[in-house]
Design a protein around this ligand. Structure first.
Ligand code: ZN
Length: 120
C-alpha cells in the first residue's frame, strides 16, 4: 500500500445509490444554519494505528507506524453501511510531555504563607 493512500466512495457498493442518511441530515442542518458549512456528517469516523502494544515501548522516537482513518455512512437505498472515505495516516512516535503533578497539601500551605495574597 502506498503511504499516501486515500480513496473516497461516492455511491453504495451494493445498490449504487448516492443517497446517504447522515450526509442528508447534515445538509438539512446546514440549510437551516444549525451546522457549519465546512462540517461533514458521517455515521462513524475512526482513526488509530495497527500495532502490537507490547512492541510499542521498544520503538525509537520518530518511528513511523501505519495508521488508519475512515468514515462511514448508511445507504438510504438499501440500508448498507459502507466506507465513504478511507485514508492511510501514518503516525510518528513522539516524546510524551512530562506530567504535571499538583503540589501536596503541605506544599500548598507553604505557598500560601509565601504568597499571602493568592486567590486560592
Ligand atoms: Zn445501497
Amino acid at each position: 500500500m502506498e503511504k499516501d493512500f486515500h480513496k473516497e466512495f461516492s455511491n453504495c457498493p451494493s445498490c449504487g445509490s448516492e443517497d446517504r442518511f447522515l450526509e442528508q441530515l447534515g445538509n438539512e442542518l446546514k440549510e437551516r444554519g444549525l451546522a457549519r458549512p465546512e462540517w461533514s456528517f458521517h455515521m462513524d469516523v475512526r482513526q488509530g494505528v495497527v500495532l502490537d502494544p507490547t512492541k510499542e515501548a521498544a520503538l525509537p522516537i520518530g518511528s513511523e507506524i501505519p495508521g488508519y482513518a475512515f468514515k462511514t455512512d448508511i445507504c438510504m437505498g438499501c440500508g448498507c453501511i459502507y466506507a465513504t472515505d478511507i485514508t492511510r495516516a501514518d503516525l510518528k512516535k513522539q516524546v510524551m510531555p512530562p506530567q504535571i503533578i499538583p503540589p501536596n497539601r503541605a506544599q500548598r500551605r507553604r505557598d500560601a504563607r509565601e504568597f499571602p495574597f493568592s486567590s486560592s
